[in-house]
Design a protein around this ligand. Structure first.
Ligand code: NDP
Length: 249
């Protein structure tokens, strides 16, 4: 295993594909030791091998983040393994879209548990290790749906919107320990989550976006790289929309 003594340890959820994979790849390229988390283990092992082949450091912790006990344990085990936990990127998320009148309790609960409660569980588990290290960078990945709402996404928008108030509270509680907490709210990004959208929806979105293109996972990874850097110690409690200008007003 490579020597990680001088590397920041970064725990990233949803690293098996899409935005999380791009974040892990970017942070590893920037010299972080990345701890890769998602339910499926095989793609994490493939990504670990790819990162190591490029000279980086990576470790795999497969778990279901909606299972609070096993998710908290994955974070605690990371601290035990490396003796530090410097960066936490809560990126994993799901959609269970439906119109309000048709939305089931299960669709509501699945999204709230995976997209919101897991973030609380992770931040609570990571806070003490970060306080011990007197350094921490927390990034919670929300969505522009949480800023402006979206038809069919009452559950998803509620969870993503709640991340803003939650993250500001964490930023206030932990700021004096040199721990920052911020939200990044992506707009429409080319991933599995958006690949089945009808063509007319894609064209409509492109019309709303100043840059006239959908975002790429690497656009989000670049923002995460800055917000989690040592240089970003004075940036906290903020929600940064990385959306090609879609929600600017
Ligand atoms: P994808 O659907 O492509 O990937 C989701 C990732 O989350 C996968 O790695 C998946 O791995 C993991 N995941 C899902 N559920 C769980 C779980 N219960 N436990 C552990 N891991 C889980 O999504 P994106 O990359 O597009 O999205 C990433 C984040 O960005 C999400 O929070 C999403 O809400 C947000 N976002 C995305 C936008 C977009 O346009 N794509 C726009 C705005 C926000 P596995 O299935 O193996 O567990």
């Amino acid at each position: 295993m490579p020597d990680t003594t001088d590397q920041r340890i970064a725990f990233i959820t949803g690293a098996s594909r899409g935005i999380g994979r791009a974040i892990a790849t970017r942070l590893a390229a920037d010299g972080r030791c990345v701890v890769l988390c998602s339910r499926s283990e095989a793609p994490l092992n493939d990504l670990k091998a790819e990162i190591e082949a490029n000279g980086g450091s990576a470790s795999v912790r497969a778990c279901d983040i909606s299972d609070s006990a096993s998710f908290a344990k994955a974070i605690e085990d990371t601290f035990s393994e490396f003796g530090r936990l410097d960066i936490l990127v809560n990126n994993a998320g799901i959609t269970r879209d439906n119109l309000l009148l048709r939305m089931s309790d299960e669709e509501w609960d699945d999204v709230i548990n995976t997209n919101l409660r897991s973030v609380f569980v992770a931040c609570r588990a990571a806070a003490r290790p970060m306080m011990k290290g007197r350094f921490g960078r927390i990034v919670n990945i929300a969505s522009t749906s949480g800023l402006v709402g979206n038809t069919g996404q009452a559950n998803y928008a509620a969870a993503k919107s709640a991340l803003t108030g939650f993250t500001k509270s964490v930023a206030r509680e932990l700021g004096s320990k040199n721990i920052t907490a911020n939200v990044i709210a992506p707009g429409f990004i080319n991933t599995d989550m958006t690949k089945n959208l009808p063509e007319q929806v894609i064209e409509h979105v492109k019309g709303l976006v100043s840059t006239k293109r959908l975002g790429e996972p690497e656009d989000i990874a670049a923002a995460v790289a800055y917000v989690t850097s040592d240089d970003a110690g004075f940036l906290t409690g903020q929600t940064i929309a990385v959306d090609g200008g879609m929600t600017m007003c």
